[in-house]
Design a protein around this ligand. Structure first.
Ligand code: MN
Length: 248
């Protein structure tokens, strides 16, 4: 049986070891024997550049993914808003293939569009302005030219600002904009859409130009491992709960 798995929004960091444990358990568990694993962004809480690939957490994540690749699981990665600086250096180390956002694939006879999802949150005007800035090739070149420690300090400051800004934003602003979703579906010929980012796992139906399009939103991770699975016939959301070590 062919199995294709989709995950996003793990936000792995040294500060949340329980999620790293869930990821390692997922790699050793549900990911075993899969045909493909698609990581749709925000695997990492932040990424300052591929010259940080020797950092302990990054190195162990890359080793786990490379281990899957060794077993014949094809691993794909699309950058999220937190880790869009993941590049060829990380990809080589993790033995994964980088995808652009959005990206079209096929599952059986279904056309499927993959995206991280942050670009669809058009109601958050402040975020979209920031997004345009940091995705600008010239800005990026300047940023990546700075020393790693300086980049990390910059991102750390950004994370603090973002946490503060979120407190002042309404729930609605941080969800996808329906029109932006429907425009994307129309542009790509009414595919099924899978995305993450909003941390609002659900299956939605959009009727676009009279065509029914499914939209699956992936869940964010905690000490368990939520994933979407295509079993060759249907899509279903699962949550793998690794057995936690017992306290004595
Ligand atoms: Mn995100």
């Amino acid at each position: 049986m062919s199995r294709t798995l989709f995950i996003s929004d793990l936000h792995l960091s040294e500060e949340r070891p329980e999620t790293t444990r869930a990821f390692m358990a997922f790699v050793a568990g549900p990911a075993q024997g899969a045909t493909a694993l698609y990581i749709l962004g925000d695997l990492l809480e932040y990424w300052a550049g591929d010259d940080d690939v020797e950092a302990p957490l990054a190195a162990s994540v890359c080793a786990a993914l490379a281990g899957l690749a060794d077993q014949g699981v094809r691993v794909f990665f699309m950058g999220g808003n937190r880790d869009f600086l993941v590049g060829e250096g990380f990809a080589a180390r993790a033995r994964l293939a980088l995808l652009s956002d959005p990206c079209e694939i096929r599952l059986g006879d279904r056309r499927v569009l993959l995206s991280h999802g942050d670009e669809l949150c058009t109601d958050d005007v402040g975020y979209q302005a920031y997004r345009r800035q940091v995705r600008d090739p010239q800005w990026l070149q300047g940023f990546l030219g700075r020393p790693l420690a300086e980049r990390k300090a910059f991102i750390d400051n950004l994370r603090k600002q973002s946490a503060l800004a979120k407190q002042g934003k309404s729930e609605g602003i941080m969800d996808v904009n329906r029109e932006a979703v429907e425009t994307l579906l129309r542009t790509h010929g009414h595919p099924l859409l899978i995305h993450g980012h909003t941390h609002r796992p659900a299956r939605h139906l959009h009727v676009v130009d009279g065509v029914e399009c499914e939209r699956w939103v992936l869940a964010d991770w905690d000490d368990s491992a939520p994933y979407l699975e295509w079993n060759g016939d249907t899509l279903a959301a699962h949550r793998y709960r690794p057995v936690q070590p017992q306290a004595h």
